[in-house]
Design a protein around this ligand. Structure first.
Ligand code: GLN
Length: 496
C-alpha cells in the first residue's frame, strides 16, 4: 500500500487491514510518524508537542495485545492530548509550569487503548490546562487549522482535532470540560464525542475542572468514535467518579432515523442579532448548514420537534465560568514549584518560591481563571457565586430531563461560528467564551454529546451537535452514523 492509501484509511479500516495481514503495523506507524513529525514543535500546523521516535517493536508472535481483551486495535497509532499522563513521555498540559515533566505512570484512558493494541504516536498541543476555545493559550504556540492556516482549529483539544483532520494521526484522544472535544472537532471538520460524565476514567488526566472533565475520541468518522469509545469506557477503581457502562458500545450501522424525535431547542439555535454574526447567537452560514442537515434528517424519517425548551440553557455559560474556574483554582494549587515541573531559582523563602514559580509558569488565561475561581470561592462571596451557579447547574440538568421526556435526542449547531482568524478573539475573553454557548449546557448536565461535520460555510466546516440522556451513547452513535452517511461530508481537503 502506498503512503497515500494508508493515510486514506480510517482507524477501523486500518485495524482490519492489519488483522488481515495486508498492512504491516510498522508501515502504518511510520507513515503517520513521518507526517506528524513535520507538524511538531513550532513547525507546520504545530499539532504535536512530542512525536514517538520510531515504530514500537513488534511482538514476534504478531498477535498484538499481550494482555486480556485481544488486540482489536493492534498496530493503530494513537495521538493523545498532552494532558494525559504518559509514563516517561512529556505530559505538560500545554503549560510552561510542567515543561519537561515526565510522569511515572500512564492515564487509564491511554492504558486501555494501548492494552487493546493501539500504539502511542505522539502528544498533541492544547490550550494551557485545557482552558480555551482556540488553542491560542498554549505555552507551545498556537495550532493552525488545516482547512485554512490563518484560522484557529478550536480548543482546547486543538492539536488532536487538527492532527486528525490533516491526516497526521488516524484518530486522537481529547478531553472536554465545556466543549473542548466537540468545538475543535466542529471547526476542523471531524467527529468528536464527549461521553457521559463518569463513563471514562479521569485517572491520570491533569485536572482542569474535575466535575466536568471527560475524555473522549476525536475521529474521522462515527464508526471510529464508537470503536475508540468501546475500549475507553468502564469503571476504574482509581477514579471514584467512574462508572460501569451499562452496555457494550456497538459499532453503529443505522441508515435511517425512522421514529426518532429530534428536539431543536430555540434557546441554543437562535440566530445572531448583530450585523455580521457578532455577539450572542449563531452566525447565518452555520444556521443554514444546520437547517439543511435537519431537512436531511427528516428525509431519513426523523421527526423534528421545535417546541422543546431548555429555559435555563442561556445561563449555562455564566454558571460554567464560575464553576470551572472555582474547581481550577483548587486543582492548580498543586503547581507550587515543589512537586513537579518548573521551580523558580534561588528563592529567598517559601512564599517567594511559590509566587515566582506560578508567576513565571502560568499563562495569562490560567491566571485569570485562578483569580476568578479564588474570588468566587472566597468566604463572603461563596453563596452568591459558587452556590448560585450550582443551583443553575441543577436547573439545567432538570431542563434536559424534561426535554428527554418529549424527544429522543437534542440537536444544535456545535459552535456559533466557523473557524475564526488567529488573534481575532484573543483580546476579548468574553467573545472567546461565547464559543462554548451550545456545548456547555451538556457538560453541566453530565450528558453525552457528539459533533459531526454537517457541511461548509465560507469554505470552512460546520459541526452538528447531537445530545442524549446519560448513557445513551449507542443511540447517539446510531443517529450520527445515519446522518453522516446521508450528509456525505468530504474531509479530504484538510488532508492534502
Ligand atoms: N472553552 C472552554 C474553556 O475555556 C472549555 C474548555 C474545555 O472544554 N476544556 O473553559
Amino acid at each position: 500500500m502506498s503512503d497515500a492509501e494508508i493515510i486514506g484509511l480510517s482507524a477501523a479500516q486500518a485495524a482490519r487491514e492489519i488483522a488481515a495481514g495486508s498492512l504491516a503495523p510498522g508501515d502504518l506507524f511510520e507513515a503517520y510518524r513521518a507526517r506528524a513529525a513535520e507538524h511538531a514543535s513550532g513547525a507546520g500546523l504545530n499539532c504535536f508537542t512530542w512525536v514517538a521516535p520510531g515504530a514500537p517493536a513488534e511482538s514476534p508472535s504478531g498477535d498484538g495485545a499481550e494482555g486480556v481483551g485481544g488486540g482489536a486495535l493492534h498496530g493503530v497509532p494513537l495521538a493523545v492530548k498532552d494532558l494525559f499522563c504518559t509514563e516517561g513521555v512529556p505530559s505538560q498540559s500545554g503549560s510552561k509550569i510542567l515543561e519537561g515533566y515526565l510522569p511515572p505512570y500512564t492515564a487509564t484512558a491511554v492504558e486501555r487503548l494501548t492494552a487493546a493494541g493501539a500504539s502511542l504516536l505522539g502528544k498533541t498541543n492544547q490550550d494551557e490546562f485545557a482552558m480555551g476555545s482556540s488553542n491560542e493559550n498554549s505555552a507551545y504556540g498556537p495550532v493552525l487549522n488545516p482547512w485554512n492556516r490563518a484560522r484557529v482549529p478550536g480548543g482546547s483539544s486543538g492539536g488532536s482535532a487538527a492532527a486528525v483532520a490533516a491526516g497526521l494521526a488516524p484518530w486522537a484522544l481529547g478531553t472536554d470540560t465545556g466543549g473542548s472535544i466537540r468545538q475543535p472537532a466542529a471547526l476542523c471538520g471531524i467527529v468528536g464525542l464527549k461521553p457521559t460524565y463518569g463513563a471514562v476514567s479521569r485517572y491520570g488526566m491533569i485536572a482542569f475542572a474535575s466535575s466536568l472533565d471527560q475524555a473522549g475520541p476525536l475521529t474521522r468518522d462515527v464508526t471510529d468514535a464508537a470503536l475508540m469509545l468501546r475500549h475507553l469506557v468502564g469503571r476504574d477503581e482509581r477514579d471514584a467518579t467512574s462508572l460501569a457502562f451499562p452496555e457494550e458500545i456497538a459499532l453503529p450501522s443505522a441508515e435511517r432515523l425512522d421514529g426518532i424525535r429530534l428536539g431543536v431547542p430555540q434557546e441554543l439555535t437562535a440566530g445572531s442579532s448583530g450585523e455580521d454574526g457578532e455577539g450572542e447567537g449563531i452566525e447565518p452560514g452555520v444556521l443554514d448548514a444546520f437547517e439543511a442537515a435537519l431537512s436531511r434528517a427528516k428525509e431519513l424519517g426523523a421527526e423534528i420537534v421545535r417546541s422543546v425548551q431548555l429555559p435555563h440553557a442561556p445561563h449555562a455559560l455564566a454558571a460554567y465560568y464560575v464553576l470551572a474556574p472555582a474547581e481550577a483554582s483548587s486543582n492548580l494549587a498543586r503547581f507550587d514549584g515543589v512537586r513537579y515541573g518548573l521551580r523558580a531559582e534561588d528563592p529567598k523563602d517559601l512564599l517567594d518560591l511559590y509566587t515566582r514559580t506560578r508567576h513565571d509558569g502560568f499563562g495569562a488565561e490560567v491566571k485569570r481563571r485562578i483569580m476568578l475561581g479564588t474570588y468566587a470561592l472566597s468566604s463572603g462571596y461563596f453563596d452568591a457565586y459558587y452556590g448560585r451557579a450550582q443551583r443553575v447547574r441543577t436547573k439545567i440538568a432538570e431542563d434536559f430531563r424534561a426535554a428527554f421526556a418529549e424527544v429522543d435526542l437534542i440537536v444544535t449547531p456545535t459552535a456559533p461560528t466557523v473557524a475564526f482568524e488567529l488573534g481575532e478573539k484573543t483580546g476579548d475573553p468574553l467573545q472567546m467564551y461565547l464559543n462554548d454557548y451550545c456545548t456547555v449546557p451538556m457538560s453541566l448536565a453530565g450528558i453525552p454529546a457528539i459533533s459531526i461535520p454537517c457541511g461548509l460555510s465560507e469554505g470552512l466546516p460546520v459541526g452538528l451537535q447531537i445530545a442524549g440522556p446519560a448513557f445513551s451513547e449507542n443511540r447517539l452513535l446510531e443517529a450520527a452514523h445515519a446522518l453522516e452517511r446521508e450528509l456525505g461530508f468530504d474531509g479530504s481537503p484538510a488532508r492534502s
